[in-house]
Design a protein around this ligand. Structure first.
Ligand code: HSE
Length: 414
């Protein structure tokens, strides 16, 4: 019998306990012994839980119990998750977490501690919920030089955008629904402002390129500024708006990494990934494009990835899995203003014809988007690809010529 502890009995943690209970036989067959939940750490009371007797409010119960070899961290947030996980790893206990904020902030350090104590620090559930992506990049695609990863990494925002695109539902109603369904973070700002997707692309970039990329180095935009009008213009253009996390290797020392809403062309595999689903494209030099698709959020999909890590940890109790990356100072991240992109711009002006002339004079060739029923004051167009600083300079010129910018969304090269 192997004893495990689960820290945090929220959506994912309770899902882990549930799967360990409901899939007992299958998991027994996988590891050859029973997996016993010895402790569940939570400050709240759960008298109705089938594990009610195993709850503790004291982390030291877990830390000091030598029988506990694997600890699950599903508390979320940075503190005290970081302190608890670090202490467990230092004690030689393996840790499996779904906490992307923790991995994105402290991954290099925690992996190094795991390596020193011959423990495992695994986090399959931290990106893509139930979709296998960490192991595939780390193991199955390891022979490839990965040049690019791009994906829809946040289920909540994809759910909201899908409701806006398909049902013209208002942003607030769609967010409320996502929260009721258990998709959103404790603080939904992390979803809608892009921070959750940013943490996930940082984890994937760190894994693929071997050095820690910290979220504060990554230009991050969310979806709060997206309007139904922009959604309609994307459709006129032939695509949809998706929140994309993307990282491209430009040369051996430089990556271009960003999180932003983007126009995604209808022919891209990412354009049909809807609702709470996530989709992640990994471009390898041997494989070409490989796309991973599935439920990126929700109790059981995410918990199933944590349970897979528990199984892996148990199977590798004395042989550490090779999973690590070096720490870094973010110097490999291309400054956001140098990133090259084409841009959709929705401009407003009293005189549309004059605004178009000014636009052509400033931006050169643009692709005009015509939408039935659009206000006469509106001019929507797509620029040629150029560095972001150049787009900003030209947008400022347009503004000083009396044309204001209502929206600006990147064109995804996907
Ligand atoms: N809030 C996250 C999402 C949960 O919506 O994708 C899974 O990481």
């Amino acid at each position: 019998m192997i004893s495990v502890a689960i820290m945090g009995h929220g959506v994912v943690g309770s899902g882990v306990a549930e799967i360990l209970n409901t899939h007992k036989q299958k998991l027994f067959a996988a590891v050859g012994e029973e997996i016993y939940i010895k402790y569940i750490l939570d400050l709240r009371e759960f008298p109705e839980s089938p594990f009610a007797q195993r709850f503790t409010k004291n982390f030291d119960d877990i830390l000091s119990d030598r029988e506990v070899r694997v600890v699950v961290e599903t508390m979320g947030g940075l503190h005290p998750s970081y302190e608890y996980v670090k202490a467990c790893l230092e004690e030689g206990k393996s840790v499996c977490t779904s906490n992307k904020e923790l991995v994105a902030a402290y991954g290099a350090e925690l992996l190094a501690i795991a390596s020193q104590t011959n423990a495992n620090f695994l986090f399959e559930a931290s990106v893509g919920g139930g979709i296998p992506i960490i192991r595939p990049i780390n193991q199955c695609l390891v022979a490839n030089n990965v040049s690019e990863i791009a994906g829809i990494l946040n289920g909540t925002t994809n759910f909201i955008l899908t409701k806006m695109i398909r049902e013209s539902m208002g942003f607030d109603d769609a967010l409320k629904l996502a929260q009721e369904l258990g998709y959103a973070e404790r603080n939904p700002a992390a979803d809608i402002e892009g921070h959750d997707a940013c943490r996930k692309i940082c984890i994937l970039a760190s894994l693929a390129f071997g050095r820690h990329i910290y979220p504060d180095a990554v230009s991050t935009e969310g979806i709060t500024g997206i309007t139904l009008s922009d959604v309609e213009y994307a459709s006129v253009w032939g695509g949809v708006i998706k929140l994309i996390g993307s990282v491209k290797k430009l040369d051996k020392d430089t990556i271009d990494i960003i999180v932003a809403p983007m126009f995604v062309p209808g022919e891209s595999q990412l354009s049909n990934i809807d609702d709470v689903f996530n989709g992640i494209m990994v471009r390898g030099d041997c494989t070409g494009d490989v796309v991973f698709y599935g439920k990126g959020a929700g109790k059981l999909p995410t918990a199933s990835a944590v349970v897979a890590d528990i199984i892996d940890s148990i199977k590798h109790l004395r042989s550490r899995k090779y999973l690590s990356w070096a720490d870094s100072d973010n110097s490999s991240v291309l400054p956001a203003e140098k990133s090259v992109t084409a841009m959709y711009i929705r401009a407003l002006s009293d005189d549309r014809a004059a605004a178009y002339d000014k636009t052509k004079a400033i931006f050169g060739d643009v692709h005009l988007l015509e939408k039935a029923g659009a206000p006469m004051t509106e001019l929507a167009f797509i620029t040629e690809p150029m560095p972001l600083y150049e787009i900003e300079q030209k947008a400022a010129l347009l503004k000083s010529a009396g044309v204001s910018i209502a929206s600006r969304i990147r064109i995804g090269d996907l």
